[in-house]
Ligand binder design. Structure first.
Ligand SMILES: Cc1cc2nc3c(=O)[nH]c(=O)nc-3n(C[C@H](O)[C@H](O)[C@H](O)COP(=O)(O)OP(=O)(O)OC[C@H]3O[C@@H](n4cnc5c(N)ncnc54)[C@H](O)[C@@H]3O)c2cc1C
Ligand code: SF4
Length: 435
């Protein structure tokens, strides 16, 4: 395993039978550290999302066929809505649907516990997977965690005989399915996989930069951090020991993305979390945004999850309306393109200059030249943003200035590049690489 390819999922550490390996926290997220002489099984390589998982093979193994939609994967049903319990809805990142489903799984006895990501464990600026076996613990883990979390590391700590649900980002969900289909016993204890639509995550250094830019001294440590506090779409809220409270609207702290976006975000070609039983994203639409309160787009991908969601709708635990599958993709056209075409172009360019990049065993059938030009602009911004001088300059600009300015620039770029980015998206398809 080479760190250059690692996206910090934790699967290889869980597969070390000696139990001497561990995930280590670094400025670029969790990375595995192997004890000298560690011998990992071949499966650790097959399931490593950093080197890339063979998606066409996994579609066949898991769904028995190639996806219905090359944009968002296999779909049983697409809906929009929110959790029926207003307090669950208010605590969730978008509509609280993920938390509501986890609670229902636990309370109906279908699982013994849910494995969730929790910001603040073991320290306020860190995040870890936790095994939540009570409703309170599931509720405490609501919201999105936008830094990398080594979720699969926890597989080695599952109790024999117990059944679990888990929340995973796309590359981790694919890795888990690879393990399940290869007969890995702990992976097979997981009966339900839920996960967010995943655009971009940030390196942990983003928080330090944000806090310093707000004039917080190193001697005044952060005591709590919430990524999506308050009313949807929410704001980043950071509290420090001296009592300072920093708040930044979600649309404003997006300015951290070009400076601290993770390599995994740039390399993944899966936005809609295609190997989950339930994938959930923000339902961005002018109508929902005007209503407020929190709205999710919710995709079921397995018959058992669909049955569960129908049961919850009937009981009033979820308030969801059916949507047309293709129409619903319009809410996230920009990010779908960022992953499906952008991810492929970036990986191809990385390989051309001798850098490691994952191979997913498939490629877009066509990419218009104008899309490659747009990618040149985006990638140049990311390369410049990731340098130390650019991050230094960022720390000097007050967030009250850069937040709104970046948001305006982002919206203008989105508008200008929309024709290029949406062109050909409706008929988008992948071709499977031949060995
Ligand atoms: C890194 C990241 C990027 C995202 N990008 C987009 C985007 O571009 N567009 C979009 O529409 N939506 C995006 N989302 C999804 C969105 O933020 C919400 O997570 C989603 O809508 C689910 O909302 P909810 O109210 O159902 O979740 P909640 O009810 O709040 O439950 C969320 C559950 O997911 C778990 N969880 C949170 N973060 C992680 C994580 N990093 N790894 C594993 N489990 C986690 C929590 O522990 C909790 O159990 C992203 C989420 C993440 C984590
Ligand atoms: S991506 Fe996951 S499996 Fe691959 S090296 Fe990193 S932690 Fe290990």
């Amino acid at each position: 395993m080479r760190r250059a390819i690692c996206v910090g999922c934790g699967a290889c550490v869980a597969l070390d039978a000696s139990g001497r390996s561990a995930m280590e926290r670094t400025a670029t997220g969790p990375k595995p550290v192997f004890a000298p002489g560690t011998a990992l099984p071949e499966l650790a390589w097959d399931a490593c999302p950093g080197k890339g998982i063979d998606y066409p093979q996994l579609y066949l193994d898991h769904y028995g066929r190639m996806p219905d939609s090359w944009l968002v994967g296999h779909i049983v049903a697409t809906r929009t809505g929110y959790a029926g319990d207003p307090s669950v809805r208010a605590r969730g990142a978008s509509g609280g649907v993920t938390t509501a489903v986890l609670l229902h799984l636990l309370q109906s006895g279908r699982i013994d516990a849910a494995i969730v990501a929790r910001q603040g464990v073991p320290a306020p600026l860190e995040a870890s997977p936790v095994i939540a076996s009570t409703a309170e613990e599931i509720l405490d883990a609501a919201q999105s965690v936008y830094i990398p979390v080594a979720m699969l590391d926890i597989l080695s700590r599952l109790e024999p005989g117990k059944r679990y649900a888990i929340t995973l980002v796309p590359e981790q969900a694919a890795a888990l399915r690879r393990l399940q289909h290869s007969g890995h016993p702990q992976a097979q204890q997981i009966d339900y996989v839920l996960g967010p639509y995943t655009g971009t995550a940030l390196y942990p250094a983003a928080i330090d930069s944000f806090v310093r830019a707000h004039g917080v001294a190193k001697s005044d440590p952060v005591t709590s951090l919430e990524w999506r506090a308050g009313e949807w779409p929410g704001y980043l809220e950071i509290k420090t020991q001296s009592g300072k409270v920093l708040r930044s609207k979600k649309v404003y702290y997006n300015f951290l993305i070009p400076f601290f976006v993770t390599r995994a975000s740039l390399q993944s070609m899966d936005f809609a979390n295609e190997f989950c039983d339930l994938s959930v994203g923000d339902a961005w639409s002018p109508a929902f945004e005007a209503q407020g309160g929190g709205h999710s787009v919710v995709v079921t991908r397995s018959a058992k999850m669909e049955a569960l969601v129908e049961e919850m709708i009937a009981a009033g635990a979820l308030v969801l309306e059916r949507e047309d599958d293709l129409k619903a993709t319009e809410m996230h056209g920009h990010m779908i393109d960022f992953k499906k075409r952008g991810g492929f172009i970036r990986n191809q360019w990385r390989r051309k200059i001798g850098l490691a990049a994952p191979d997913y065993g498939m490629e877009p059938a066509t990419i218009p030249p104008s899309r490659k030009i747009a990618e040149l602009v985006i990638s140049t911004l990311f390369v410049i943003g990731s340098t130390a001088p650019a991050r230094f300059v960022l720390r000097q600009i007050p967030e009250s200035v850069i937040g709104p300015v970046f948001n305006k620039l982002r919206l203008s770029w989105k508008k200008a590049s929309k024709p290029t980015k949406r062109k050909g998206l409706a008929d988008f398809r992948m071709i499977v690489d031949e060995e």
